[in-house]
Design a binder for this molecule. Structure first.
Ligand code: 9WN
Length: 432
């Protein structure tokens, strides 16, 4: 099947000997949640690469358990990405590894779930066990350093930690950073030279200055704590849904491997009882992020509002409301990262409108968990067709009547290929 061959070729081309880059030139290093999605695709035709991807990721784990979002593997490429390895300056942080440079923030913790998938697929048990132990240590770090009060819920400290960088969800918080704090920040952006039409498809300079302001603040504290007035303290439903599922997977695997997981079981029951209380909005019947500094939900409809289905831990009634909402419109491809009815919607600007394959995949997996097979199939078909029509890009214009003949951002994008492989596998039950 040609589509399968294309997916496999992209994963082959982006393989760098022990890990996979998301897309050449634009993202020349290893990214945390990308590696999880990539391993999902690789487990079928190249299981050795799937496990190695995670082993390489965890080789850059900090001694306190923290797992960074970028691992800067190839020194000669340090300056081809901004902010560069030197900008992050991880070597000056107490717990960072001393041989490999990393960023100082994390990303949605998908690897626990991925390990369960690899285990189900009979990939080397001893190696999986070692990774489960490391992954549990990472979750312990999150509970010990990022838990919001005693809710079990984890806070993120940077919009890059959400993986949905310039989502309209973060606008209010980011724009609260005073202008004089960011005036002096210098940019040396590389991304804008690597994609077409970057003015309309990538974040603006002023956004980048705010992102860097947050990095600078975190770096002062060795990425390990925040000051009381730090503006970005968010409970993100996407991060936490993925975290719930990964905790469930690690608890299951931990028991199989005779590891004491009682700490995580207690914490998981805390998150489960607080997730809906804090993040569900009754009138709009959607999930939203909670802004801790301003003590309020950020009530804007984004694709992330649906990702909690992936956790498998929400009541059927709520799932049905979400599904009703999700399938009510047919004039755009599912699932736009920002609802086209929102004032800030921009059809081709990164996380402010475009469809992203990883978010579709998470929602699709969630629909399957609830036995919503017709809806899951609609979403699966539409996602695969979008890639077939517009190529293996990073993101896609959701408007069906637009002039977009191809996708946007990075081309030959690894997680697009990997997750399409997974979606094909479930349907065909074979890859040939
Ligand atoms: C910053 C690698 C990453 C993804 C993120 C996506 C984008 C980076 C950037 O690319 O973010 O981490 O430079 O824009 O938003 O989800 O992990 O593919």
């Amino acid at each position: 099947m040609k589509l399968v061959k294309d997916c496999v070729k992209i994963l082959d081309d982006n393989w760098r000997g022990s890990f996979t880059i998301p897309s050449s030139r634009l993202y020349p290093f290893q990214w945390n949640w990308d590696s999880g999605f990539i391993a999902i695709g690789n487990q079928y035709y190249n299981p050795e690469r799937a496990i190695q991807e995670l082993e390489t990721l965890f080789s850059a784990q900090w001694s306190n358990g923290f797992l960074p979002h970028i691992i800067f593997h190839e020194e000669e490429k340090y300056n081809s990405y901004f902010p560069s390895a030197d900008y992050w300056d991880s070597f000056s942080a107490k717990y960072s590894p001393s041989l490999i440079k990393t960023s100082g923030i994390t990303q949605p913790p998908i690897t626990g779930f991925v390990l369960e998938e690899l285990w189900l697929n009979n990939i080397d048990v001893t190696r999986i066990k070692t990774l489960v132990e490391k992954n549990l240590k990472y979750h312990k770090y999150l509970f010990n350093n990022r838990e919001f009060k005693d809710t079990g819920l984890i806070q993120i400290w940077h919009n890059w930690e959400s993986g949905m960088d310039n989502s309209i969800w973060w606008d209010s918080v980011l724009s609260s950073i005073p202008g004089e704090q960011i005036e002096q920040i210098e940019l040396n952006r590389k991304d804008i030279h690597e994609v077409e039409d970057s003015k309309r498809t990538r974040p603006k300079d002023i956004d980048y200055k705010r992102y860097l302001y947050l990095v600078n603040e975190l770096r002062k504290n060795q990425y390990n704590k925040i000051n009381d007035d730090y503006p970005f303290q968010i409970i993100d439903p996407v991060f936490n849904s993925i975290f719930i599922q990964s905790n469930k997977s690690l608890i299951k695997l931990g028991k199989i491997f005779d590891i004491d997981v009682s700490f995580y079981e207690k914490k998981l029951s805390d998150i489960k009882s607080n997730f809906n209380k804090i993040l569900w909005e009754n009138e709009l019947e959607l999930y939203f992020p909670f802004d801790i500094q301003n003590q309020q939900l950020i009530k804007k409809e984004c694709s992330g509002s649906y990702v909690p289905i992936f956790s498998g831990e929400i009541e059927n009634e709520k799932v049905m409301s979400l599904v009703k909402n999700l399938f009510q419109y047919n004039d755009y491809y599912k699932v736009p990262s920002c609802d086209p009815r929102e004032e800030s919607f921009e059809s081709i600007n990164y996380w402010r409108g475009p469809v992203w394959i990883n978010i579709n995949w998470l929602i699709w997996k969630g629909l399957l968990k609830y036995g919503l097979l017709n809806e899951a199939e609609l979403l699966r078909e539409e996602t695969i067709n979008l890639v077939l029509d517009k190529g293996f890009f990073e993101y896609f214009d959701p408007l069906k009547n637009s002039n977009s003949h191809k996708g946007y951002g990075g081309a030959n994008f690894s997680w697009t290929a990997a997750l399409v492989l997974d979606m094909l596998k479930v349907k065909n039950n074979e890859l040939g």
